[in-house]
Design a protein around this ligand. Sequence first.
Ligand code: ADP
Ligand code: TRP
Length: 358
Amino acid sequence: MIPGLWPGIFLTGSACHAAFLYLAAVMSKEIVVSGIRSTGYLHLGNYFGAMRNYVRMQDDFNCYFFVADYHALTTHPDPKLLRENVYRVVAENVACGLDPEKVALYAQSDIPEIPELYLMLNMLAYKGELEKVPTFKDKVRSQPDNVNAGLLTYPVLMTADILIHKGVKVPVGKDQEQHVEMARNFANRFNSRYGETFPEPYPFNYSDQLIKIPSLDGAGKMSKSENVNATIYLADDDDLIRKKVMKAKTDAGPTEHNSEMPDYIQNIFQLMNLVSSPETTETFKAAYNGCTIRYGDMKKQLAEDMVNFVRPIREKSMALQQNPSQIAKILKEGAEKARESSSKTIADARKKIGINYY
Ligand code: ADP
Ligand code: TRP
């Protein structure tokens, strides 16, 4: 074999072969992109819908994960709180197992190529289609005094986030499925107008379905800003977790063997499935089917398993938040990695559009 020059050293024989295999593996890794808004404390919905996948994906894919701080501006947060919120999202991601050495972990606002691509994509996005998006319609209903243009073009910014790295896999919860579908449409629209530039992105979850973590009161999903008393946050202390779980909605229990479960009981089983051992869940399922279940006992068990699940994440996150210079370093290094990829994409998009004057 001809000696190879990689990276800056001479390699011969099998070393050369191994190096090329490594390079080929890195280059062939699929690109993953996902973001979380810095709008509050992260919760089990964020964890099981998004972050658990991030952590598993970091070894197998080329990953870009970011704090969507521009997206958070739609609700005009207090400037004094922005940094604290961004830092906490970073700390909570790392506490959940994300390794900033393996992925690019950065703030959306550190990548100027994102708003540039957003502007280009806005010219291909139509008012009518944006007004029909259910999340936009929800916001129009819930905040009629603040229906700003950023809210309307929210899915376009999200598309720019993904396409700026030519991402193909987007780990998100069920609520984001339609936004990713729009990103796919915008990618295709750009390609058919200007020539093949972007791959089609798809939502991703390791199981075959996207996840929605329900709130403990049986109404809606766990969320950063709604259902706060029925949402378990990664920063909640042990007693607060116990209190919230014990208040979860139940009833007097089934009266017929193997009867169908009401939604709110299914929700409790779903949460148990995520944090308890399979044997524990099976025991309570058998008790449900045999009409001997005691929901008080089930919730006590779930509360303890939940406490044991959340505690190490909370402690690690709190320790990291005590060290803001480390978080700043993570963000800076993450932005450098992300800009390397985004500058290539934006140069390609400009050229395809014809912005190429000298
Ligand atoms: P939130 O909706 O809590 O404000 P974000 O909008 O920033 O959180 O969402 C970040 C990620 O967490 C997205 O991938 C979203 O789909 C996911 N997610 C949020 N809430 C849930 C939930 N209850 N169940 C599953 N995934 C969720
Ligand atoms: N819109 C997402 C949410 O509200 C957050 C987000 C912004 C995102 N940009 C993204 C998710 C790009 C995946 C990819 O949850």
